[in-house]
Design a protein around this ligand. Structure first.
Ligand SMILES: C[S@@+](CC[C@H](N)C(=O)[O-])C[C@H]1O[C@@H](n2cnc3c(N)ncnc32)[C@H](O)[C@@H]1O
Length: 232
């Protein structure tokens, strides 16, 4: 990756760390728990549950012997489900506080099968994976950053990458997107809508990858688009 692109990625990542580690930490911890939430956030929670189920559905039912990266794992729900299906999971998030919660919440039956780490999901020291899943993480990055991130991840993926982005329809550009109702701060990261055509042009031209399945989940105030990328 060229250094100009990497500088932009690092700047966004630093803002996201600050936001999820501090400003939005309590709200995010509550949303990802069973605690009661407002009706609006309940629609976001329901949409996120449906999206997680979709992404898990795209993976082989039996993940025994497979190495999986949950890139931007937050509090770790997807990582836990993948581990329950037999995967050896590396779950990484730039927010150390969210990683602490993920460790606390990890049920005993997956202990030893999920490694929770704080850091950048693009860190090459994480090694190679069969599958990479990244739910509602790249929604905060520009389309050129998304394409560069997928190129980076594809270089060390054996089978598939599944990620979500914020679909950029005119209606959605005006209002509804995951995170809209979370605390704001001067430097809060936005949700960046990306058109499907723009996304496909950027990711589809990458060497050694093919575009796979797509799915949109829209529930009340949650809307997110999943894209599968097949490698090799
Ligand atoms: C909207 S949350 C989604 C968390 C989780 N995937 C889920 O669906 O519950 C976005 C997460 O991406 C993390 N994140 C953003 N950029 C990252 C990066 N470059 N490396 C690792 N984590 C990142 C944030 O800290 C945050 O926890």
């Amino acid at each position: 990756m060229d250094s100009g692109w990497h500088d932009g990625w690092q700047a966004t990542r630093t803002r996201l760390e600050d936001y999820f580690d501090r400003t939005a930490f309590d709200a995010w911890a509550a949303l990802t728990s069973d605690a009661p939430v407002s009706k609006i956030r309940a629609t976001v929670r329901a949409g996120r549950d449906a999206m997680r189920a979709t992404l898990l559905d795209w993976l082989p039912a039996d993940l025994s012997g497979k190495r999986l990266l949950d890139a931007g794992c937050g509090t770790g729900a997807l990582a836990v489900e993948a581990a329950r299906r037999g995967a050896e999971v590396v779950a990484i998030d730039v927010s150390p506080q969210l990683i602490s919660i993920a460790c606390e919440r990890a049920p005993r039956d997956v202990h030893g099968r999920v490694q929770f780490l704080s850091g950048d999901m693009l860190d090459p020291r994480l090694g190679r994976f069969d599958h990479i899943v990244s739910m509602d993480v790249l929604i905060h990055y520009h389309s050129d950053q998304i394409a560069a991130a997928i190129a980076n991840l594809a270089a060390r993926t054996g089978a598939s990458i599944a990620f979500t982005y914020a679909p950029g329809t005119p209606l959605l550009r005006t209002a509804r997107a995951v995170g809209q109702f979370f605390p704001r701060a001067d430097r809060a990261p936005g949700i960046i809508p990306v058109g499907r055509g723009e996304l496909h042009a950027g990711v589809g031209k990458l060497a050694g990858v093919r575009l796979g399945r797509e799915a949109r989940v829209a529930r009340g105030f949650y809307i997110s688009q999943a894209q599968e990328v097949l490698v090799g």
